[in-house]
Write a protein that binds this ligand. Sequence first.
Ligand SMILES: NC(=O)C[C@H](N)C(=O)O
Length: 303
Amino acid sequence: MWAIVVHGGAGQITSASREEHEALLEAVKSGAEVLASGGSSLDAVERAVIVMEDSGFFNAGSGSCLNIAGEVEMDAAIMSGGKAGAVACVKRIKNPIRAARKVMELTDHVILSGEFAEKFAVKLGLEISNFITEEKMEKYRKLMEVFRRKEWYYKVNKDLLDRYPDLLHGTVGAVAVDSRRDLAAATSTGGVWLKLPGRIGDTALIGAGTYADSRVALSATGIGEYIIKMGLGTRAGMMAEMGMRADEIARALISKMSSEFGRGIAGVIVLDRDYRMGIDYNTAGMRRGWMRSDMKRPVVIDI
Ligand SMILES: NC(=O)C[C@H](N)C(=O)O
């Protein structure tokens, strides 16, 4: 038996184009193919995330948003079998999740950030790309007009989130469990629009937005600062250790987020070693899809 769940970000999602739908479906299918052919959950989550990074429809890889300096700074992390790797604040790596996996497999560290992370990726032959487009620059200029009228960054960012709900969107993630019951999680993001340069979100932090152990795997999306403060991934691990199922864990985590910080904050996908899944969010929507070996076809929900 095997199972995979993916998300394409939590937020104020009101509609999805045919192409966006197809991209999410493609991500689930490509991860499921890896699992169906006997591949590992680690390969499956990496594959699914690469599809979404490459699609341009999500806030990850080629679709990444811009920070307050008009630059792309991406975070990504992957975890499985007691090993973990991540990159943070990388500007030009085409698939940050590939670089995260290289950190996991080839170094003694868990997170590499910034310039050296890029040099490391280049040295290993990973592709480099420029993700700053005229379309993104136009949105950036509009948002900066609003921003300049405000005084302090973080509050402003929350104001911006209220005024421009699509600022928080499109982080991508996947969790999978394979026929050996090995669990894996992977998450990749451009962060949030107009973040300060050097800001690292929950996605890159093992135990916050990305987590997998022998009982449970989690990938989160939402306002990273809250997810970090709550340590969602580590909490999921502790809940699984106490015997909770994936669906109970997802519900408990989001209910805790709502009671601590209010609504509109986060979403999670969770899988346990008994092939049960949990999905919950306190935002207006969360793009998601899943497939289990006993299902005829994948399910994808766009909003
Ligand atoms: N859209 C997102 O999920 C953003 C991501 N969690 C971050 O804060 O970097």
